[in-house]
Every structure is written in C-alpha cells, then in structure tokens.
Design a protein around this ligand. Structure first.
Ligand code: GLN
Length: 496
C-alpha cells in the first residue's frame, strides 16, 4: 500500500496497479501531483495546469472504476506536449503566434488517451513549433533540467521529459521529428519511444516537418511506454500517412519471451548492431563508457553485439536541416494573421499585415528555418538542395536495411554529450544541429527508436542508450529495453 505522501513515485504501471487494487484513487493521485507541480513551478515544465479539469476527470475515472469498469490506464494522470491541440486546454506550440488560441478539436493521440481513461493535467512546455534541442526556443521561457537546474532538459519535448524526471507525473506525450523524444529522455534519465512513422496519428499534432513528425510517450520505463503506446497508436483515417495496421498490444509484445531463450538469458539470439559511425572520436568519453557498459549488460542478458556501418551518418545532419526546414516553411505558411492566433495590431495593407504578424509572432529560430526552407525550395535551388537531400534520405534508409540483414536492433548513444548548461550554446544554432547526429538517421528513415537510461556521465548527468528497430519492430525494441530494465535500476533513479 502506498502512503499518501509518496504517490508521485508511481510510474504508469505502478499507478495502474495501485488504482486497480484500490491502494489509491485517481482523485488522490491527481490532487497529490497537482500540489507537487505547483511546488516545482520553477522548472518551467508546464505552460498550463488544468487543476479543475484534472480533478473532475479523476473523479469521473474513479466513478467509472466503482461502476465496474477497468482498463490499464483508467485514472492514470499525464500531460501533453503543447504541440497537440486540445479543446480542454489552450494550445500554443510554444509560440507567441498561438497565444490565446483555442482549438475547436482534439488531436487523435489526446482523444485516444482520454478514451483509455487517462487524466490530463495540462500542457507541457516545448521549443517553438518543436524546433530545437534544448527547450530554449520556447516563447514562454526555458525549462530547467531537474538533475541540475542550470542545465537544459533537451528538446523539443523538454517540458515532458523534465516533468517525468522530476516525478511531477508518471508520463507525458511528446513528439519526435529529429530526436525530440529520444534526446530529452536521454538528458533527463527518462524512457521515451518514437514509433515507426505512421504508427501514431499526426491529426491534431501541429505540423513541423510532416514526413518526419511522430508522437510517442516519455515515461519512467519501457513497460510504461508500452502501456501508453498501445493506447496512443493505431490507424486514423484523418491522417493520410497513418499506417493501416490492426491495433497493437505493445505491452503483451514486450512480455512475450523470445523463443528458446532461457530465463537467465532472456535476450539470447538477439543480435544488436553497433554502427561504427555512432562511436566517433568526438563522442564524449563519459557517454561512450556509459553506453559501452550498458551494452555489456545486454550481452549478459544473452544478446550478441555485431559491428555494422551506417556510412552516411554525418550526412543526416545537412539532409535533415534541408528537408525539415523545407517542410516547415510550407507548414507554417498557414500562420498569416488571418486564420489562427496572433495578428499585428497596426498595418498599412494586407501584405504589411502578413509581414508584421509573422515578424512579431515567430521567434528567431522559427524565422531562420522558414528562410532556409524557402530558399532550398526556390526555383534554381530546389534541384541543388532539396532534391539532393531527398536522394540522400533514401540512401540513408537503405543503409539501415543493409544493417538489418546482420542484426535485429541497432544501438548507440542518443547524443554526443550530457545535457549542457542553459545559454551555453549562445547564438550558434549550428552547434545544436550537430548534436542531433545520432537521432536524425532513424528519423529520416522513419524507423522506431528509443532512449533508455543507461547511467550517468559528466557532472552526474543522465546518459541515454539509443535502440533503433526495423519498421514496426516496436515489440522487439520494448522487449529488449524491458529486459535491460529488469536487470538494472537506472530508470528508477530520480533527482534529489
Ligand atoms: N533538434 C531537432 C530540430 O531542432 C529535432 C526537433 C524535433 O525532433 N522536433 O529540428
């Protein structure tokens, strides 16, 4: 039985069990967390806390349970990255452009989690339109890393990761275009999964780069992620790129033992590929040793490590930073002062209204990307940049398929270093772009990737291990991650 003062220590699976056994009610859990969120406002993780709505939803969940309803997520609290549109809460995408915006509909991911019984506590801070790696591009201020408040939590799902790490809630939604679930999970010692492109509906997820954007959970453990992903995912006819597959029970897949694997070596027969390009000389030695120690643990669990190569790893950076801004420049053209959110107060004519609205509403990083995107798509440059990038994107995806002839999963670091200090990257966006090197390849290929806590590096900051699966191999990913978490306790560590 959980005492009332430590309800925040419950992850999703723990909360699910506590609610099912009657050890606590959703109302008790939610009330406890709301007080804790209030006490940790200095982290900047939340953009909107819906106290009344959350308590109401928790009471409803308790009433449904009392009436005999069950469900793994019934009454489990969470919050959404503020890139998902919600009718119950404001939606800003971390931008001044959407200050005061009220969505008339809910994102499919939000609807599905609500239908599963999850109680939404509000909206979480993020980089403006999910562009960034440190959550320093939010128009509403940065998020602090609960392990060291002078450091960034990663981005763009920085609010989600910080809130889970600080035990403000058991789980949160995130989105990953080029690493925004995996990298903040790595920087905060949380577990996150970006599924295969198409597994979660993008309907109601404010678009950044549509061919890359995917939703996924950030939580304490692989088991928690499996429970959430089962509810979030599935075909949606309102997203033209949604994968037409039957609903998946990722939790059951995670628990299914490998054929012929003895209990002491649950990963026997699993081949984990280590791309040599994921261990370059520039990799932080603290990150490298932590990742190597985690890989040794996988070997103990029965997995075999094999050398593979992703020769175009470095090229993923220029390829992504052409394709993502190109798509962003097109997606963000809808914010013109007419249809959504902000409109300049004073202007001379229609063109002037567009210009002033966009100059006032968008922050510097968003403006930079719109300019890059417009340039690479413009007549005369399209062939030289955008088309070349698309060709390389295909080659990067093919490189992965060559690796998967020799292995079942790919492993490596999530990021070249631990979380850096707030403000440290100053005005140099290129530095941040380069740090995306290990997450971008899987994004460009549309492959599922995970980050799981693997230990601690420089300054006692968390280090994540990245696992990348083949298309729709979320079950294998979660199974391997779960086996690792059964044998280690990195995912259970929390900041003082
Ligand atoms: N850091 C990358 C960027 O700035 C990825 C962001 C994301 O995945 N949303 O674009």
């Amino acid at each position: 039985m959980t005492s009332r003062t430590d309800l925040h220590t419950l992850g999703v699976a723990d909360a699910s069990r506590a609610l099912a056994s009657g050890a606590c009610s959703s109302t008790e859990l939610v009330t406890h967390l709301l007080a804790r969120i209030d006490a940790h406002a200095h982290l900047g993780a939340f953009l909107h806390v819906d106290t009344e709505g959350a308590v109401r939803a928790a009471r409803e969940a308790d009433a449904r349970r009392a009436a005999g309803q069950a469900g793994a997520l019934l009454g489990v609290p969470l919050a959404h990255k503020d890139i998902f549109v919600t009718t119950a809460h404001p939606t800003t995408a971390g931008s001044k452009m959407l200050a005061g915006y009220a969505s008339p509909f809910d994102a499919t991911v939000v609807t599905r989690l609500a239908e599963a019984g999850c109680v939404s506590l509000g909206k979480l801070n993020c980089d403006e339109f999910a562009m960034g790696s440190a959550n320093e591009n939010s128009a509403y201020g940065p998020v602090r890393n609960p392990w060291d408040r002078d450091r960034v939590p990663g981005g763009s799902s920085g609010g989600s990761a910080a809130a889970v790490a600080a035990r403000l809630l058991p789980a949160a939604t995130g989105t990953d275009t080029g690493g925004s679930i995996r990298q903040p999970a790595s920087f905060t010692g949380t577990t996150g999964i970006k599924p295969t492109y198409g597994v979660c509906s993008r309907y109601g997820m404010i678009a950044f780069a549509s061919s890359l954007d995917q939703a996924g959970p950030i939580a304490r453990s692989a088991e928690d992620c499996a429970l959430l992903l089962s509810a979030m995912s599935g075909f949606d006819e309102r997203d033209a790129t949604s994968a037409e597959r039957p609903p998946q029970d990722f939790h059951a897949q995670m628990l299914t033992p490998r054929a012929n694997a003895p209990a002491a070596r649950p990963l026997q027969g699993l081949r984990i590929g280590l791309p040599r390009e994921f261990f370059p000389a520039a990799l932080g030695s603290d990150v490298e040793s932590t990742v190597r120690a985690a890989l040794a643990e996988f070997e103990k669990l029965g997995a075999t490590l094999v050398d593979v190569s992703l020769p175009r790893t470095e090229l993923a950076i220029p390829v992504y930073y052409i394709i993502a801004p190109a798509e962003a420049s097109s997606n963000l053209s809808r914010f013109d002062g007419v249809k959504f959110g902000h409109r300049a107060a004073r202007y001379a004519n229609l063109l002037d209204m567009y210009k002033k609205t966009r100059a006032e509403g968008f922050g510097p990083e968003v403006q930079r990307r719109i300019m890059i995107g417009t340039y690479v798509l413009s007549h005369g440059y399209y062939d030289a940049y955008y088309l070349q990038a698309q060709k390389l994107r295909r080659m990067i995806a093919d490189d992965f398929q060559r690796c998967y002839a020799d292995c079942d999963l790919i492993a490596g670091p999530v990021a070249p270093s631990v979380a850096w200090k707030l403000g440290e990257q100053g005005d140099d966006p290129i530095q941040a772009y380069l740090a995306d090197i290990f997450t971008l390849p899987a994004s460009l290929a549309g492959l599922p990737g995970m980050s799981l806590p693997a230990g601690f590096g420089q300054a006692g900051m968390p280090v994540g291990l990245q696992l990348i699966g083949n298309y729709f191999a979320e079950g294998t990913l979660l199974h391997a991650a779960h086996a690792f978490q059964q044998a280690t306790d990195w995912h259970q560590r929390s900041p003082a």
